[in-house]
Write a protein that binds this ligand. Structure first.
Ligand SMILES: [Zn+2]
Ligand SMILES: [Zn+2]
Length: 404
């Protein structure tokens, strides 16, 4: 009987191990622009093991450590830093004028090498600071879509890549690669030569343990439709809302499939596009999805331990600047001034303006100046939470600032 039991246990163990192997080896080498070799890539995202009948731990997605995602406040632009263990990836680098901000934010995290750099699409608000980043840091791999542009901004980026002896890798949908223990899967673009460059945005899903994040660049309805029709697993806990909250992104069907618990909008205060648009905000509001937005919250840092997700700020408001579709449909004689609405100034996520305390070399920030963990420090500095985070004192103290 004992023998039979151990045999059974062994069998279960073997079965669960073979279950793992399909997940661990799905990293592929990049495909250069020239050769669009379709490697067979296994990107079974979560082969959910149905029944755990024994106490054998079959949680194949168990991870150590944390995944940290920073939606850097670059105004009307995108720049997202993702860190896992000693690995890091930068998705977009803001406008040209954000170069220093982005570089300093990265350096203040103690990062000297970015393993992956992604320029989602050739618009300035995404690749503006990319040349500066490439020139200033060690760079692993650079992902960009096939799309080119004739702008100086784009030429600067291409030259920076060339001068550093790097090359552009055009990602292939379903391809995946590892960022530390996290898995990054390419979901778009699924074609090229779109009328709107935004639809050529690289879309990446990052999975860490049982948590997942979707980074959409400026992808709009056309790209969303394609991702839906390809049958990708779009489900994600945190959605970076496409195209700064434009009405043309985050279509109802796409939002339903992603079904996020949280939404993040990277958008500038009083921007000339009237982002975010009412239509987009309404879709998020109807589903009661908390919205974190850089115009109200500043830099947004999301931390995942593979099971739970926490934010450095409270959610922002559902206020919007204008309506997108009515202005573009031109089905009304009234001009867009009518559609423009003032953004409320009293926001709910004001933690970033709060005064916090930190030591010159400490990684944490504190709400309480007399926090026991600060007692031994001779020098205690203070500033707004946003400043402290930007300087690399980004971890909320687990005693006084609600960290974990
Ligand atoms: Zn943009
Ligand atoms: Zn764009």
């Amino acid at each position: 009987m004992k023998k039979y039991l151990s045999f059974l246990l062994g069998l279960i163990l073997i079965l669960s191990l073979t279950g793992c192997s399909s997940l661990t080896e799905n990293a592929t080498t990049g495909v250069s622009t020239e050769q669009q070799v379709t490697n067979k890539i296994i990107t079974k995202e979560t082969p959910q093991q149905k029944k755990n009948t024994t106490s054998v731990n079959t949680d194949i997605k168990a991870v150590n450590d944390t995944l940290k995602v920073s939606y850097i406040n670059v105004g009307q632009a995108d720049s997202i830093l993702i860190q896992q263990g000693s690995s890091s990836m930068l998705i977009d680098a803001g406008n040209n004028s954000d170069s220093e901000t982005v570089k300093n934010y990265i350096s203040n995290q103690g990062i000297t090498k970015l393993d992956f750099v992604v320029g989602t699409h050739p618009h300035e608000d995404h690749i503006g600071g990319l040349d500066y980043i490439i020139n200033s840091l060690q760079i692993g791999k650079v992902y960009m879509p096939k799309r080119t542009a004739t702008t100086k901004t784009f030429t600067d980026v291409v030259n920076a890549i060339k001068n550093k002896g790097l090359k552009i890798t055009v990602p292939v949908p379903r391809q995946s690669f590892k960022l530390g223990e996290a898995t990054c899967t390419i979901l778009a673009p699924n074609g090229s030569g779109y009328e709107d460059v935004n639809n050529e945005s690289i879309v990446i899903k990052v999975t860490f343990g049982s948590n997942s994040f979707l980074f959409t660049g400026d992808a709009e309805d056309v790209s969303e439709k394609e991702m839906l029709s390809k049958g990708y697993n779009l489900k994600a806990d945190v959605l970076k809302v496409g195209h700064h909250g434009s009405y043309s992104s985050t279509t109802q069907e796409f939002l339903n499939k992603v079904n996020p618990k949280y939404a993040v909008i990277s958008v500038g205060k009083n921007n000339s596009y009237d982002h975010p648009h009412k239509e987009n905000i309404d879709r998020l509001k109807t589903k009661n999805i908390p919205v974190y937005r850089t115009d109200e919250c500043g830099t947004i840092i999301v931390t995942s331990n593979g099971k739970n997700i926490s934010f450095n700020v409270k959610p922002g408001s559902y206020s919007y600047s204008g309506t997108g579709s009515t202005t573009s449909k031109s089905n009304t004689s009234s001009n867009n001034v009518v559609n423009k609405l003032p953004i409320k100034t009293n926001t709910t996520c004001n933690e970033n303006n709060k005064t916090v305390y930190y030591t010159p070399s400490g990684k944490s920030f504190h709400y309480d100046k007399n926090c026991s963990t600060l007692k031994r420090s001779k020098t205690i500095l203070n500033g707004t939470q946003e400043t402290a985070i930007g300087l690399g004192h980004a971890d909320p103290c687990n005693i006084c600032a609600g960290g974990n």
